[in-house]
Design a protein around this ligand. Sequence first.
Ligand SMILES: Nc1ncnc2c1ncn2[C@@H]1O[C@H](COP(=O)(O)OP(=O)(O)O)[C@@H](O)[C@H]1O
Ligand SMILES: [Mg+2]
Length: 258
Amino acid sequence: MARRIVITSGKGGVGKTTCSALLGAELAKLGARVVLLDCDVGLNNLDLAVGVETLVNYDIVDVVESKCRIRQALIQHPKLPLLYILPSAHCNNTGKVTGENINSILEELSKTFDYILIDCPAGIGMQFHNAVFGASEAIIVTTPHLIAVRDAGKVAHLLCGYNLVSVGLVVNRIRNDLISKKFMLSSEEIASSLDLKLLGTIHESDQITAVSSVYGNLFSIKDNTILDFQKLAKNVHLCKSQEILPRGFWGIKRKKGV
Ligand SMILES: Nc1ncnc2c1ncn2[C@@H]1O[C@H](COP(=O)(O)OP(=O)(O)O)[C@@H](O)[C@H]1O
Ligand SMILES: [Mg+2]
């Protein structure tokens, strides 16, 4: 049975797709069978982030419309054989994929994979709910910026309405130089303000910026952020035994009005 982890945030552009791709790669390097499910219908870009955009023949909408089987739409990563991608579509009709559709895809994928990382679209509309609907766990990604943190808090609140066994936090684009000058909150401070378990800290990376600007494929980066993603993958992997613990173990105590 796969762990179905939705990577969500509320605010767009905070690094959900980046984290889905690089966390997935590191989990696969640990020996897990991983599938990345792009649930951002209409604004799909996970295929580009992992460098398989030229290998896409079918997408999630084709699966939902029974134009192909799930395994026909799955792309095995050419460099990481344990990593697969189920791409999303660039159609305008985001209503084509429902939460039930995604859930049945998850059920099918669960038979074959250890991890399903669900790359959630930005916002808290129907597509957000569809992506969260079949998940068993959630990782909220935020940057240290107040607007993103606030949205992360709102999403954490919304996630309380779902039957998730755990909700963890990843703080992305951290800069130690700014933290030491007190111009940026640390990831620990952010996790504490949101009352969420901190699963990982990802530093600001010029290589991620450069690669995503001119090349697309994040798997070519070689700087220290790879170590951040390795740590994150180990933390996620280690949390396996916590699946059986009651919800709330990771400490979601909502504050009034968040
Ligand atoms: N740690 C990082 N350092 C530098 N740039 C980053 C980092 N994480 C993400 N980015 C950049 O931020 C932008 C948005 O990231 P993305 O993963 O697409 O966000 P989301 O999926 O939440 O919309 C991309 O251009 C990406 O390259
Ligand atoms: Mg994205």
